[in-house]
Each structure stands twice: as structure tokens, then as C-alpha cells.
Design a protein around this ligand. Structure first.
Ligand code: ADP
Ligand code: MG
Length: 348
């Protein structure tokens, strides 16, 4: 519950989709709901109520289906649950073409990021107990395990040890002890799927959607102004450090150390893990924002770039043709050239 309330707040800060309410100009229709363990906010420009309602009904059904049938690690109904339960078996696990493609793309991202992005670290996520950390509420309890335990569990990970097979059907084989976690891509992937529904609803002229802080902009506002997406200030998370002004169709994905963490004796343990060490990444970065056309890629790259740090991260972003913004521990902002075009810093 606390996590949801906190996320509602962060979403409100991030999405400054200001519609004009001055009579002549159509205001957006706003909807808030929860799915995939997070807050979904949708602002839709559509002349008729029905078109917007159709869309939100379809999009919420889609998100619930994605969670229940594909992405959840906890629900026994999901493909991911079945995959993880099959680890170590000879016959592996049969999966849908959709998930097969998503996992293939994850493998490419792991290769491109030299293993920084690593969906096979499910057991490490379990060990750190990340899902239990209340968002925005650092507990003071020390994680109760040893370095040996961390290294032992880290050694269970490695995308190159997971095997994908496509013959008459699609299968995946995980070695004993390995499990997958799609927490770093699920929300971005969901936005890609929501965009497809938007395209089908012809009445909708513009929309700005947020799935737990990952934002999709679509079409245009009736008054012709740009979409405004606020970027949280990691040093003062109740405010924005700046705003992206965007035209048309974009995905904005941010990974930060303030989203979910515990603090022990002045050390912050956050939820973005470095597969090389088994510990939360220490790359001198507080947050990374990726601006991309593809939501799944943007989501994965924001996580990977956080771990890689600004130099390697910028190079990775460039190979994917996406824009990046790094906020460093010393307060410095590092922006890719393309990002500068959309960025304006908040006045302090
Ligand atoms: P958020 O989900 O808060 O927006 P991210 O997109 O960066 O943040 O995803 C972080 C989540 O991804 C973690 O909670 C964990 O489930 C998973 N994760 C952590 N480290 C990695 C990593 N190196 N590669 C892939 N997934 C990771
Ligand atoms: Mg991510």
C-alpha cells in the first residue's frame, strides 16, 4: 500500500501533462488505476468519452493479462513462473512466441551491455529481498546475509547459460538454481503494447500514459503545445530537476537509486544490481533517463546505463540510437547531444 501511494506521488510529479481547460480547448480525460504492482495513469485527448473509455478498458485488461499470463514471478498462472519452476529440467519449458521474442531481445541487450543488463538474476533479487523494500521508505535493517552468500547466488546468474530454442515450438532451458526476473523491462514492454491499442482507437488524437513512472507520449495536444515529462530530482525527490518537452511519440524511462532501497549505517542499498559484484551498482550515478522510440528497450537501457555509468552508458545508448541523461552523485548532469534539444532545467 505504501509502495502504491508513493508511486502515485512520483507519477504525479513525473507527468506534467497540462491540458488547457479554457473552454475552447479540449481538456484531457484522466484515469488512474493500479496494475502490475504499480500505478497506471492515463491522460487521453479524445472528443468523445466512449473512445477514451474503450481505450482504458482495453489497456487495463492488457496490463492485467500481461502480469497474470506472462511477466509475474509470483503468480503460478504466468509463463515466467513456469519457466523458473522448470530450471534444471531436461525438457525445459514451452513458451509463447511473444515471450520468446522478448527474451531474445533481452539476450541481445545483455550482450550489448557486457552483462550489465541481466534478467537471469532472479535469485539475487530474491536474496536482496528487493520486492519487500517499501518504496521511498528506507528501513534500517541490515541485509542478513554474508558476502559468500551473495557471491554464491551471483554465480547462478548469466544470460549465456540460458538457452532459447525454436523448432516446432518455442522453448527455454534454465540451468539448476537460475531464475528470471523481468522487473527491468516489464513496464516499458507494457507501454509498447499499450501504444498498439492507442493506434487502433482512431478517435484518440493524443495521450500521455505512465506505467509506474515509465512514460509514453502519443499524438499531439489539441492546443499544439508539447508534452511535458518531469524528471525527478534524485537529491530532492519531491521536486523535478528538469522537464523534457516532447512532440509526438516517445518513451521516457528512468532508473534511479531513490526508487527502492534500504539504508544501513549510511550506505544505501538500492534495487539496481550489478551482476559483476552481486551488490547494488556503484557507478557514481543517481539516475539515468532514456528517451527512446521503443519502450522495452528504453526501460532495459535505463537499468543497464545506471550500472555502466556515464561513459560506457553513453556509448551503449548511442549504439541503440537513443538519448540519455545521467544525473551523477556529485550533482553533475550528463546529457547526450540529442537529449539537450528536449531538456530544460528547473530553476532552483
Ligand atoms: P524500476 O522498475 O524501479 O523502474 P528498473 O527499470 O531499473 O527500475 O528495474 C529495476 C528492477 O530490475 C529491479 O527491481 C530488479 O527486479 C531488476 N534488476 C535489478 N538489477 C538488474 C540488472 N542488472 N539487470 C536486469 N534487471 C535488473
Ligand atoms: Mg528499467
Amino acid at each position: 500500500m505504501k509502495r502504491l501511494l508513493y508511486t502515485i506521488w512520483i507519477c504525479c510529479i513525473m507527468v506534467l501533462c497540462c491540458g488547457c481547460d479554457n473552454g475552447q480547448i479540449q481538456a484531457p480525460r484522466r484515469y488512474m488505476d493500479t496494475a502490475m504492482g504499480t500505478v497506471i495513469s492515463q491522460s487521453i485527448y479524445c472528443p468523445g468519452e466512449e473512445g477514451a473509455r474503450n481505450f482504458t478498458n482495453r489497456s487495463m485488461a492488457l496490463l492485467r493479462e500481461l502480469e497474470q499470463e506472462m511477466l509475474s514471478r509470483r503468480l503460478e498462472t504466468s509463463e515466467l513462473f513456469r519457466i523458473n519452476a522448470s530450471a534444471g529440467s531436461q525438457e525445459g519449458c514451452q513458451i509463447s512466441l511473444e515471450l520468446f521474442r522478448l527474451l531474445q531481445e533481452c539476450t541481445e541487450l545483455s550482450q550489448a551491455s557486457e552483462g550489465a543488463f541481466e534478467i537471469t538474476l532472479g535469485e539475487l533479487v530474491e536474496l536482496w529481498n528487493i520486492d519487500q523494500w517499501a518504496v521511498g521508505e528506507p528501513e534500517q535493517e541490515k541485509p542478513a546475509f554474508s558476502q559468500e552468500e551473495i557471491l554464491r547466488v551471483r554465480d547462478l546468474c548469466g544470460y549465456y547459460r540460458m538457452k532459447l530454442e525454436s523448432k516446432e515450438e518455442y522453448r527455454i532451458f534454465l540451468p539448476e538454481g537460475m531464475s528470471l526476473d523481468l522487473g527491468a523491462v516489464g513496464k516499458g514492454y507494457a507501454l509498447d503494447r499499450m501504444r498498439t491499442i492507442l493506434e487502433e482507437e482512431e478517435e484518440i488524437t493524443g495521450a500521455i500514459l505512465s506505467v509506474g513512472g515509465n512514460v509514453l507520449t502519443y499524438g499531439r495536444k489539441p492546443d499544439g503545445s508539447s508534452w511535458k515529462v518531469g524528471i525527478v530530482n534524485p537529491f530532492e525527490i519531491s521536486s523535478n530537476i528538469g522537464v523534457l518537452s516532447l512532440e509526438g511519440q516517445w518513451c521516457v524511462s528512468t532508473s534511479g537509486d531513490y526508487e527502492r532501497y534500504v539504508e544501513v549505517e549510511g550506505v544505501r542499498y538500492h534495487h539496481i544490481l550489478d551482476p559483476a559484484t552481486g551488490y547494488p551498482a556503484r557507478s557514481g550515478v543517481r539516475s539515468v533517463t532514456i528517451l527512446s522510440e521503443n519502450g522495452m528497450q528504453g526501460d532495459a537501457l535505463s537499468t543497464a546505463c545506471f550500472i555502466l555509468g556515464p561513459e560506457k552508458g553513453m556509448a551503449l545508448a548511442a549504439t541503440y540510437g537513443v538519448q540519455a541523461l545521467f544525473i551523477l552523485e556529485d550533482g553533475q548532469l550528463v546529457l547526450s547531444e540529442g537529449m539537450e534539444r528536449y531538456w530544460s532545467e528547473s530553476e532552483q
